[in-house]
Design a protein around this ligand. Structure first.
Ligand code: C5P
Length: 249
């Protein structure tokens, strides 16, 4: 934790290097337009909206960092938030690691936020930061589930899958981003926890494997992840309502 003689410094890392194949063919997901503005620009603005965030690191597709940099330059933040773009890696975990590598040493609190959650409200961002500042090494915003969840034995697409269990719904939460961390804890998790296959789908999961405590704060329904085509329809509707009611750009 920081020494008390200087202000706490908070940075946000936005992994945006995924292809977003579930959304259908087209540009990388983060670069798709939402209300005429790339999803990534909304996500960057959502982080910069918090007065606590002084640096945003965007992790671009491995071969697309210069394009992402010029795209972001076309949509300047116009505030005191610094913006850095670095190339990403093969997996989300790789991409986050590359973003963490460029954080200045005096960073105390790190947010990791999916570019695919462009509409997270600033109150949710601030609640996550506040919980880390209050002493939690890892904080995730999350919501209770509407659906009952089944555990299955995965089979090929189209083949019926045997159910192996039904976790008690009241004990489950659907987690969102930004997830917030004490920087030292997150760096240690990324350096020491090895994950097979596609890597960790969530940074708090790495911290859990480290044995450090992770806590949940209330998430927000507008922090949903844009994954499938229908999510784009919902995101456009949320954006249109915000523009009509509170002058959101
Ligand atoms: O694929 P999924 O929706 O879980 O990706 C979550 C976030 O991680 C997205 O913002 C995506 O751009 C990012 N990602 C990345 N590098 C990868 C894969 C995904 O930055 N290699």
């Amino acid at each position: 934790m920081p020494d008390s003689s200087r202000p706490i410094r908070t940075a946000a890392v936005i992994p945006a290097a995924g292809r977003g194949v579930r959304l259908g063919p087209g540009a990388p997901k983060a670069l798709r337009a939402l209300g005429g503005t790339p999803m990534l620009v909304h996500a960057v603005r959502a982080m910069a909206a918090s007065r606590a965030v002084s640096l945003v690191v965007v992790v671009a597709p491995p071969d697309g960092a210069p394009e992402v940099r010029s795209l972001l330059d076309e949509h300047p933040l116009g505030g005191r938030t610094e913006l850095v773009v670095v190339p990403g890696g093969e997996t989300r975990q790789d991409s986050v690691r590359r973003g963490l590598a460029v954080l200045p040493d005096d960073t105390d609190v790190v947010l990791v936020h999916d570019a695919a959650r462009p509409l997270v409200p600033v109150d949710t961002v601030d609640a996550v930061i506040a919980a880390v500042r209050a002493g939690a090494p890892a904080v995730v915003p999350a919501l209770p589930l509407a659906d009952t969840v089944k555990q299955v034995e995965p089979r090929s697409p189209g083949e019926p899958e045997p159910v192996t269990g039904t976790p008690e719904r009241a004990l489950l939460r659907a987690v969102q981003t930004p997830q917030g961390f004490d920087r030292e804890t997150l760096l240690k998790a990324h350096e020491t926890v090895a994950v097979e296959g596609e890597g960790a789908t969530d940074d708090a999961g790495l911290v859990e494997r480290l044995g450090a405590p992770v806590v949940v704060v209330p998430g927000h329904e507008e922090a949903f992840k844009v994954t499938r085509p229908l999510d784009l329809v919902l995101a456009e509707a949320v954006l249109a309502r915000r523009r009509a009611t509170d002058g959101y750009v």
